[in-house]
Design a protein around this ligand. Structure first.
Ligand code: NAD
Ligand code: FE2
Length: 350
């Protein structure tokens, strides 16, 4: 779990104070900031000291193991070691920060650690500051990376942040569509966790709260205001906590295939899939569609049109490789339920 959490409007202003005890001699703190903020005012509010450095992270594409290796390698060449890595941004920038922190101390390539409990050493101090809410990356024990052969997280006890700063002011200006796609990632985490076979009271307690918050802001309220941002930030946190102790399900398993083959981003990919999951999450799919309509958002369709058999096979391979997700969704006999043919039909609908 995350060691320290601070939540509240304006809490970003406490960053200097929060980081002070983590500074080790001359070793700098590195701020990995979502490139959206380049030239904006947020970087000016970052409390730089000594050799501290801001690196703007290009998140046009979701993070790759090669990006992680490059940044960690350059930091080691330039500074030897660093006092900490602070990720400021959406799920992509936060995941990048987690992974770079781990690769400052673990040898080899980030690709060597894609999987479960392969990371051997704690990374350097790391903190996460979301500027976009929904993924739950701020609380999870994984960092999702696309490697040479697969898209898979570095899942480990060393992966969670040491500190997170949850300041709802930072998500106020996210464009409506992006806010919806990433917000729906949280909604889908709730549905998949609450309807999964891995469910337990821990996950349920967080999942139900997160679901209630999502329903309130995406369905019941007519206007998006500061209170909606406050709630979305807590929904993301609670939704993340819910899947931390259970698993995601069909939507994520299918959307990983899209992402691997077509580069479809996590939030929008999940929405594209959730739009067609009546057979698996009947209630959740209906409610999802109501949310789409209420928020006036467009969900792309026809994205698998014209793909070759080989391409469909690749997506099916990637998807069926996510065994724990399928088992959580469909139970131990999932392989009998989700055949390659059925999955192909589903991909063709997208
Ligand atoms: N570690 C985990 O547990 C976990 C869980 C789910 C998803 N993920 C990962 O998270 C990533 C998706 O994250 P995401 O949906 O947060 O999107 P993202 O981080 O990819 O960002 C999406 C877009 O929003 C922009 N953006 C970020 N903050 C903004 C702001 N305040 N205002 C305007 N624009 C802003 C970014 O520049 C980018 O263009 C994927 O890489 C996915 O694999 C990780
Ligand atoms: Fe997700």
């Amino acid at each position: 779990m995350v060691d320290y959490v601070i939540y509240g409007r304006g809490s970003f202003n406490q960053l200097d104070e929060i980081l002070a005890p983590q500074r080790k001699d001359e070793a700098p703190i590195i701020f990995l900031v979502d490139h959206f903020f380049e030239g904006k005012t947020l970087p000016e509010r970052i409390p730089l000291r000594g050799k501290d450095k801001i690196i703007f992270a290009d998140v046009t594409h979701e993070p790759k193991t090669t990006n992680v290796d490059k940044i960690a390698g350059e930091l080691k060449d330039e500074f030897g070691t660093v006092s900490g890595i602070i990720g400021i941004g959406g799920g992509s920038a936060m995941d990048l920060a987690k992974a770079v922190s781990l690769m400052m101390t673990n040898s080899g390539s980030a690709a060597d650690y894609q999987g479960w409990d392969l990371v051997k050493l704690p990374g350097v101090y790391k903190a996460g500051i979301p500027t976009l809410s929904g993924t739950g990356a701020e609380v999870s024990r994984t960092t999702v990376l696309t490697g040479p052969t697969r898209k898979l997280g570095m899942n480990s006890d060393f992966t969670p942040f040491n500190q997170i700063v949850l300041d709802p002011e930072l998500i106020a200006d996210v464009p409506v569509n992006q806010r919806f796609y990433t917000g729906m990632d949280c909604y889908i985490h709730c549905i998949e966790s609450l309807q999964g076979t891995y469910l337990n009271e821990f996950s349920k307690s967080y999942g139900e709260k997160a679901l209630e918050l999502c329903q309130e802001i995406f369905l019941k309220k007519d206007l998006w205001d500061h209170e909606s941002d406050d709630k979305l930030m807590m929904a993301s946190y609670a939704g993340g906590m819910s899947i931390a102790y259970s698993q995601v399900g069909v939507t994520h398993a299918v959307s990983y295939g899209l992402s691997f083959l077509l580069g479809t981003k996590h939030g929008i990919g999940n929405c594209i899939v959730m739009n067609h999951l009546e057979d698996y999450y009947p209630q959740g799919t209906v409610e999802f569609k109501q949310m789409v309509q209420k928020n006036g958002v467009e969900i792309p369709t026809g994205i698998c049109k014209g793909l070759t058999d080989d391409q469909f096979d690749k997506m099916i391979d990637v998807s069926l490789g996510m065994k724990p997700l399928w088992e959580n969704a469909l139970g131990q006999d999932w392989e009998k339920i989700m055949t390659r043919e059925k999955l192909r039909d589903l991909y063709e609908k997208l």
